[in-house]
Design a binder for this molecule. Structure first.
Ligand SMILES: [Mg+2]
Length: 391
């Protein structure tokens, strides 16, 4: 809540939650529009055999047949055995690219923006709209059309006086929808939600609540808080009761993760150094994609190598200035890997897992743009002087 400078009254916040619809599968439909009318399943293949792995996301056509995220690919295939279905491997760097473009439409106009995931964000439009909920639809329409133009993606937007209500609202009617719950409507809206619509309540907690006789959101809202605390502990009980009443004061956090990392287990142990380099390169790209989606720069790099005998060796480097360069990341990852081998005098190499972690992250907007400029300058300068040395 903040004070409206005009009338000095406390006015409501105006919060958006945006969710890109069936994201990975929709990205694939955009790339291959002919797939739109077929069940489409994006899979994470583990590589052990052609069907091992799980479903990541599917389009609505596939969902009609009971395909769900996390389901083994084998089961999804059996459900779609009589259909002309498409199974595709996950392509994170393509999805990241569309995500960056889409989220930029929100980020550039919001008072505050919070990255939640590749297909999800919160944004505060209180100042932008002067907390006038009648302006919310116009803003939401604008964002949706911007995203459509830049990426061809559809999304669902929920608007409410807090993050909780906005999130429930964006999920309320999907896909390609706008649901606006103004402060006066919150109580009635929450009351008609299913108890599992409240973020954090899944089938397990539903059973726990039901066993205490709590079967609806309105019942949860009125339930004796003392008894609720006995069941769930102080923190969760307070959250649950506030949520059931539509209360949530958590701010939009322009959140910067502490680190971004990836570690992969190699299909077969790799004994030849040369064979490690392409793996390191693609691992760098994966980590870099996440970095770019979150619009961050890095200053520290750690390379982690786990050998066949489970011995782990790491090497790290701190840069003088933050970087957003993939080339620099790949070069450093490679030299850190070599350093790790030399430092630990590993004569025989048998790599089982390899990982890269970036830390000392900062957002590369505003002040950091200036730092970035100097970083690029000094790098170019170094490259120039290296060239000159060679000549
Ligand atoms: Mg989504």
């Amino acid at each position: 809540m903040f004070k409206n400078p005009k009338d000095n009254n406390i006015v409501s916040r105006l919060i958006f939650h945006l969710d890109l619809d069936y994201f990975y599968a929709q990205c694939e439909e955009i790339r291959s529009p002919e797939l739109r009318n077929h069940p489409l399943v994006v899979c994470v293949y583990s590589g052990r055999n052609p069907d091992s792995g799980v479903v990541s996301t599917s389009n609505y056509k596939a969902r009609e047949f009971g395909v769900k995220s996390g389901m083994p690919i084998k089961i999804a295939k059996s459900k779609l055995a009589n259909e002309d279905a498409e199974f595709l491997p996950i392509d994170m760097s393509y999805y990241n690219h569309l995500s960056i473009l889409a989220m930029e439409s929100v980020r550039k106009i919001a008072d505050a923006y919070e990255y939640v995931g590749i297909d999800e964000c919160y944004a505060d439009f209180s100042r932008y709209s002067r907390s006038d909920f009648s302006r919310a639809r116009k803003i939401a329409d604008f964002i949706k059309s911007e995203i459509k133009v830049s990426t061809n993606l559809t999304c669902s937007i929920g608007v409410g006086p807090n993050k909780l209500v906005a999130k429930i609202a964006s999920n309320f009617q999907k896909p390609d929808a706008i649901t606006i719950i103004n402060p006066q409507e919150v109580k009635a809206f929450i009351a008609r939600c299913d108890i599992e619509d409240i973020p954090g309540i899944g089938p397990k907690n539903r059973i726990k609540l039901e066993s205490s006789g709590i079967e609806s959101v309105s019942h949860l809202a009125k339930f004796d808080l003392f008894r609720l605390k006995e069941l769930f502990g102080y923190k969760i009980a307070t959250y649950l009761q506030n949520a059931a009443r539509g209360i949530d004061d958590t701010p939009i956090r322009p959140h910067v993760s502490k680190q971004i990392g990836r570690i992969v287990t190699l299909k077969n142990d790799v004994t030849n150094i040369e064979n490690i380099f392409p793996i390191l390169s693609s691992l760098s790209s994966l980590v870099y994609d996440t970095l770019m989606t979150r619009q961050l720069s890095f200053k520290s790099i750690i390379v982690r190598v786990v050998l066949h005998n489970l011995r782990q060796v790491t090497c790290s480097r701190n840069l003088k200035l933050s970087s957003t360069s993939l080339e620099e990341l790949q070069n450093i990852a490679r030299s850190l890997f070599l350093e790790a081998i030399h430092l630990h005098s590993l004569s025989f190499l048998d790599v089982r897992r390899i990982g890269i972690t970036l830390s000392d992250l900062s957002s590369y907007t505003g002040q950091n743009k200036i730092l970035q400029y100097f970083a690029e300058e000094s790098r170019n300068g170094n490259q120039e002087s290296n060239k000159n040395n060679k000549l």
